[in-house]
Design a protein around this ligand. Structure first.
Ligand code: HEC
Length: 120
């Protein structure tokens, strides 16, 4: 009987988990993508962020995460599938990369979706 209850609980929990909206899923992935959150280096909206200032051989330098909210999808995709100096490698799936891209461009997507379809 206990086993059945546990099974039921697991089911309920996994169903409850799938009841999050696309917005929530996308926001969750951006902040917690199986590793360090993107926002910590690229800013809340992907606008870029200064991480540290340091001196190297007497020269003032900065370590910053670039803006990633203006890239075309192709560049975003290719960059995330390559090695980037100073950034953890995440090995994201294509769907995850699309979701992150959606997150950074969600207002544009929503705006486009609210426009009436053009008829020729
Ligand atoms: C530890 C800090 C750090 C984290 C966390 C991080 N990045 Fe980066 N990212 C960087 C740095 C540093 C660069 C290289 C910037 C440069 O070339 O000047 C970079 C570059 C990029 C680029 C390429 C930008 C360009 O125009 O060349 C993309 C796209 C990107 N990051 C996306 C992400 C995403 C999505 C996440 C979360 C899954 C993430 N990053 C997490 C530090 C980070």
């Amino acid at each position: 009987m206990r086993g059945v209850f546990l099974l039921f609980l697991t089911f309920t929990l996994s169903f409850a988990e799938s009841f999050i909206t696309k917005e929530e899923y996308a926001a969750g992935l951006y902040h917690n993508p199986r590793g360090v959150g993107c926002h910590l280096c690229h800013g809340e909206a992907g606008e870029g962020k200064l991480i540290a200032r340091y001196r190297d051989k007497g020269e003032g330098k900065i370590f910053a995460g670039k803006a990633i909210n203006k890239l075309p999808f192709r560049d975003f995709y290719l960059k995330l599938n390559s090695r980037i100096l100073g950034m953890p490698r995440y090995y994201l799936t294509d769907t995850e990369i699309q979701t992150l891209y959606y997150y950074l461009h969600r207002e544009e997507f929503k705006h486009a979706a609210s426009q009436p379809a053009k008829t020729q």
